[in-house]
Design a protein around this ligand. Structure first.
Ligand code: PEP
Length: 256
């Protein structure tokens, strides 16, 4: 099996202003020591703080991600920003299609792949999110929904760039609820995603990192990241304080 470097990314959503962002990114930079070279760590701060976050993280192994990115290069898109705007700051990753963007801001299987495509074209690593709602899980539609969302994304990815893609399986019922998917539930869906990747990209599927997201914390990270296809975590609440995100990263050390 290919060796995939575990990857944890914090999603700070609409928390932390500039000063708190500087403080937490600095704490990540200072605390990443043991993880360096073994587990990749990134955070996605509020857009207005990206400049400050990049300034503090510059030259360190801590990567800065955006929570969203538009597919156009420029133009009349009030409230959006392009890949070039992010790259100019030093941002290296972009979350695409987080379930909150899908539920609250109209992202769907048309716009999410466009965001992923733009990120890949512009040299950013897309962290593309998929996941079913509670209702869909209860109706036994998890495989169908995740399959549809994943296929829409994979359709626009070329074979020679697939290893740059990160996919995050985030069951909506587990996000911010304190009720994480069990390791078995997460592995089951990750294995399905890996199989879809293999169908399109053959052996390269083994190079793609699949994050799990949904109430990951320091005390459940290790058991989730022990699963063969869970290569990291996308973390909301438990990423707001740097020591907690680093402790989650420690959970990935067993894979390193
Ligand atoms: C998220 O927002 O992507 C997330 C997984 O949140 P939480 O860890 O708080 O469930």
């Amino acid at each position: 099996m290919a060796k995939r470097v575990p990857f944890v990314c914090g999603n700070w959503k609409m928390h932390h202003g500039v000063e708190a962002t500087r403080k937490q990114v600095r704490a990540l930079v200072e605390g990443i020591g043991r993880l360096q070279g073994k587990v990749e760590v990134a955070v996605a701060p509020v857009a207005t703080t990206l400049f400050a976050a990049c300034e503090v993280a510059r030259g360190s192994p801590v990567k800065i991600a955006a929570q969203n990115v538009h597919w156009a290069e420029k133009g009349a898109f009030t409230g959006e920003w392009s890949v070039a705007h992010l790259v100019e700051l030093g941002v290296t990753h972009a979350i695409c299609g987080h379930s909150e963007r899908r539920a609250l801001f109209g992202d769907d299987d048309t716009t999410v792949p466009k965001r992923v495509r733009a990120a890949l074209d512009g040299g950013l690593v897309p962290i593309a999110c998929v996941g079913e709602s509670l209702k869909e899980r209860e109706e036994s539609r998890t495989a169908q929904v995740v399959g549809r969302q994943t296929e829409a994304i994979l359709e626009i990815v070329k074979p020679d760039e697939v290893e740059r893609l990160v996919l995050a399986y985030e069951p909506v019922w587990a996000i911010g609820t304190g009720k994480n998917a069990t390791p078995t539930q997460a592995q089951e869906v990750h294995a399905q995603i890996r199989a879809l990747l293999a169908k399109r990209f053959g052996a390269k599927a083994e190079l793609v990192r699949l994050q799990y997201g949904g109430s990951v914390k320091p005390d459940n990270a290790a058991e989730l990241l022990r699963e063969p296809d869970v290569d990291g975590a996308l973390v909301g609440g438990a990423s707001l304080e740097a020591p907690s995100l680093l402790a989650i990263g420690e959970g990935g050390m067993q894979r390193a």
